[in-house]
Ligand binder design. Structure first.
Ligand SMILES: [Zn+2]
Length: 446
C-alpha cells in the first residue's frame, strides 16, 4: 500500500521520507508536551458547577471537565493550578417572577474575583469552595475558570434564605419530634408515606382522635406551611391544651419535602411541582384530569408548572395525603399556600362545589370564624371559588363534604419570599388565633 503511494522516482528516498513522516506524526504530541494545551475557544475547563446554601454560607463545587482531566500536560492534576472563582450579586431577582432568563446576559465582567489561587482537588478532579461572605435575602451567581485562558464555566445562582423564616426540613422535623416528646399524652408523630425521592413525610396527630381538623403545608414547594403550622401547634399546646381534648388536629407541615429542601439549599427560583414534575395539588383523584388554564398554563402539559400527572394519585405525596384524610376524616381542612413562609386570609375552595348550597354555607361558617379570629371583622363572603379538579379542597368536598380551603394572600403577594422577623411573628400569631377559634367552633357543633 505504501509503495503504491510513492512515485518510482522517489523510491530511493523512501527510508528518509518515512523517517520525516514519522517525525511529522509525533510533532503535535511533542508540542503538547512542551506547552500547555490552549483550551478550545468558548469551552470552559470545568463542569457540573453547583452552588448550595448550608448554614447560611454558599458552597461552590465543580469538577474538571473530561477534556481537561485527560490533558496530556498533566496540568489538571497540578496542585498549584490557579483557580479563579467569580461572584456577582443579582439584587433584581424577584422570586416567582424571574427564572433563568435573568442570567442570560450575565458575564463575569465586573464580577468580584473571590478566589484566585490553588485549591486541593478531591480525587484529583473535584474542587470545593465555601463563600462565607453572603447575606440572607441576597442572590449570588458564580463562575469558575483557571489561569489557562479558559472560558469561565457558569453562571450558577444561589439564593441565601433566612433559616429562621424558611426552615430546612431538619428544623421542621426537630420541632415536630420535640412536640411529640414534650406532650406524649396528646401528641403522636408518624410517617405517613415517602416522597418521590424517598424522604419520609411526617404527620402529627394531636388530641382528640375521633373529631379533628387538618392542617397541611407546602404542597407547593415555594409556598408556606411549616413555619406557620408548627409554631401554631406549639402555642395551642402550651396555652390551650383543653380544647384539643374536644377537637384534635392532624397536621402535615410539609408535603413537598424534596423540592422545598432544594429551595432551602439555595435554589433561587420558585418551585411548585414535586421532584417528578407533577403538581401535587392537581393529582388527587377528585375530578382529576379536568384541564385547568390557571396562571396561563395548561395542566395537561407535562412541561407546565401545573401538570396534573400521568394518572390520578400517581404521586407518592398524593397517596400519603389521600390515605391520611381517609383514615382521619377531618371536619375541616386548611392547606397553606401563597409564597415562601407566609400566607394570609384569602381562602379559596373547590370551584366544582359552586352549585352545592349547603356546602357553600358550611364553608362560609368555618372560614368566617378562622378569618375573623385571625384578621378581625371583615365583610363576607370569607372564601371564594378557585380550586381546580385534582386539588385537595376538591377531594375534601367530593368525598367528605368537609369545608376545605387553600390559604392564599399576604401583604407580600403576589410575589416575594423574604418576610421580616416582625411579619413572621405577626402571621404566626394570626394563624394560631384562627386555628384555635376553628377548634372551638367545631367543638360546639353536634
Ligand atoms: Zn399553591
Amino acid at each position: 500500500m505504501t509503495a503504491f503511494l510513492f512515485p518510482s522516482f522517489l523510491r530511493r528516498w523512501r527510508p528518509v521520507l518515512a523517517l520525516l513522516g514519522g517525525l511529522a506524526l509525533f510533532a503535535p504530541v511533542m508540542a503538547f508536551a512542551a506547552t500547555p494545551v490552549p483550551p478550545p475557544p468558548g469551552r470552559g475547563l470545568f463542569m457540573d458547577l453547583v452552588a448550595t446554601v448550608r448554614d447560611s454560607k454558599v458552597r461552590v463545587s465543580f469538577y474538571q471537565s473530561t477534556r481537561f482531566w485527560q490533558s496530556p500536560t498533566g496540568k489538571a492534576k497540578d496542585p498549584k493550578l490557579v483557580l479563579r472563582i467569580y461572584r456577582k450579586e443579582v439584587p433584581s431577582l424577584v422570586f416567582g417572577i424571574d427564572y433563568e432568563e435573568i442570567l442570560n446576559d450575565l458575564r463575569p465582567v465586573a464580577a468580584d474575583l473571590i478566589w484566585n489561587g490553588p485549591l486541593p482537588a478531591i480525587n484529583e478532579r473535584k474542587y470545593e469552595f465555601t463563600d462565607e461572605h453572603v447575606q440572607p435575602g441576597h442572590t449570588y451567581v458564580y463562575w469558575v475558570s483557571s489561569d489557562q485562558g479558559d472560558a469561565p464555566t457558569g453562571p450558577k445562582a444561589a439564593r441565601v434564605r433566612d433559616p429562621q423564616t424558611f426552615w430546612p426540613q431538619d428544623e421542621t422535623e426537630r420541632r415536630m419530634a420535640a412536640l411529640a416528646a414534650r406532650y406524649p399524652q396528646l401528641v403522636s408523630e408518624s410517617e405517613i408515606g415517602r416522597t418521590v425521592l424517598g424522604r419520609p413525610i411526617h404527620a402529627l396527630r394531636i388530641g382528640n382522635r375521633e373529631r379533628c381538623i387538618a392542617l397541611v403545608g407546602a404542597v407547593h414547594a415555594g409556598e408556606s406551611g411549616p413555619e406557620l403550622i408548627v409554631p401554631a401547634l406549639e402555642r395551642i399546646l402550651a396555652e390551650h391544651p383543653e380544647v384539643l381534648r374536644e377537637v384534635g388536629i392532624v397536621a402535615v407541615p410539609t408535603v413537598n419535602i424534596d423540592q422545598r429542601q432544594r429551595l432551602a439549599e439555595g435554589y433561587p427560583y420558585y418551585l411548585r411541582k414535586n421532584a417528578a414534575g407533577v403538581d401535587i395539588n392537581r393529582n388527587f383523584a377528585a375530578l382529576w384530569g379536568e384541564v385547568s388554564y390557571a396562571y396561563g398554563l395548561i395542566s395537561a402539559d407535562p412541561e407546565a408548572a401545573t401538570y396534573f400527572g400521568p394518572r390520578p394519585v400517581s404521586e407518592p405525596e398524593d397517596v400519603a395525603i389521600t390515605a391520611l384524610v381517609a383514615q382521619t376524616k377531618p371536619l375541616a381542612l386548611f392547606s397553606f399556600h401563597c409564597v415562601a413562609a407566609l400566607t394570609g386570609t384569602d381562602f379559596v375552595r373547590s370551584t366544582a362545589s359552586a352549585g352545592d348550597a349547603a356546602y357553600t354555607q358550611k364553608c362560609e361558617d368555618v372560614a368566617k370564624v378562622y378569618v375573623e379570629a385571625a384578621a378581625g371583622p371583615t365583610p363576607g363572603p370569607h372564601s371564594r371559588l378557585f380550586c381546580t379538579g385534582g386539588s385537595l379542597p376538591t377531594l375534601m368536598w367530593k368525598e367528605y363534604g368537609a369545608p376545605a380551603f387553600d390559604l392564599e394572600g399576604t401583604e407580600l403577594a403576589p410575589f416575594g419570599d423574604m418576610p421580616t422577623a416582625e411579619q413572621m411573628v405577626r402571621f404566626r400569631a394570626m394563624h394560631a388565633r384562627g386555628i384555635l377559634a376553628t377548634l372551638r367552633f367545631v367543638a360546639q357543633k353536634p
